[in-house]
Design a protein around this ligand. Structure first.
Ligand SMILES: [Mg+2]
Ligand SMILES: [Zn+2]
Length: 167
């Protein structure tokens, strides 16, 4: 089984400055993101969202706020006919030394515990930050960098472009 490990904020949905997130109630899907998820599914990828949510650990977003938002994210995907993806998130503050804050490899380790059958050699990472790039590098995964030129990987304009390029 091949997996597409996707960042959430700035990759699938719109991102905001840290201080604004507590007032964001509904996800705004980026242009082409829903079609990209469908295309990745058609190409045989198991979709796994890997997201840093350090605002929880840093007290800017409550766990309840995160959970409510995440449920709306999942519901929006369901309404589009998409299976709800597995979501692995890091709730810890930056600098807390946890094992799961990207670029630390913990979120993919968690995914591999749930799905040991994932073939890393055929899997990809898509994200809009160097943390995502570092996560991909930790497992030598193919990386697509949205809106920036990664030192190792392909620059793309959107998740949609990455989904089209993905083998
Ligand atoms: Mg991001
Ligand atoms: Zn963590």
């Amino acid at each position: 089984m091949k997996a597409a490990f996707l960042d959430r904020d700035g990759t699938i949905i719109r991102d905001y400055p840290d201080a604004l997130w507590a007032s964001v109630s509904y996800p705004e899907f980026l242009p082409g993101a829903i079609d990209a998820l469908k295309l990745l599914r058609r190409k045989g990828y198991h979709i796994i969202v890997v997201t840093n949510q350090y605002l929880i650990g840093e007290g800017l977003l409550s766990f309840e706020q995160y959970s409510a938002f995440s449920r709306r994210f999942e519901q929006a995907l369901r309404l589009q006919g998409l299976a709800v993806p597995d979501i692995f998130y890091c709730p810890h503050a930056r600098g807390a030394g946890c094992a799961c804050c990207k670029p630390a490899p913990g979120l993919i380790h968690q995914a591999l515990q749930m799905y040991p059958q994932i073939a890393l050699s055929a899997s990809i990472v898509v994200g809009d930050s160097t943390g995502d790039e570092g996560l991909a590098a930790a497992f030598s995964l193919d990386f697509y960098g949205i809106g920036f030129t990664p030192s190792r990987g392909r620059p793309v304009a959107s998740l949609w472009e990455a989904a089209q390029l993905a083998p």
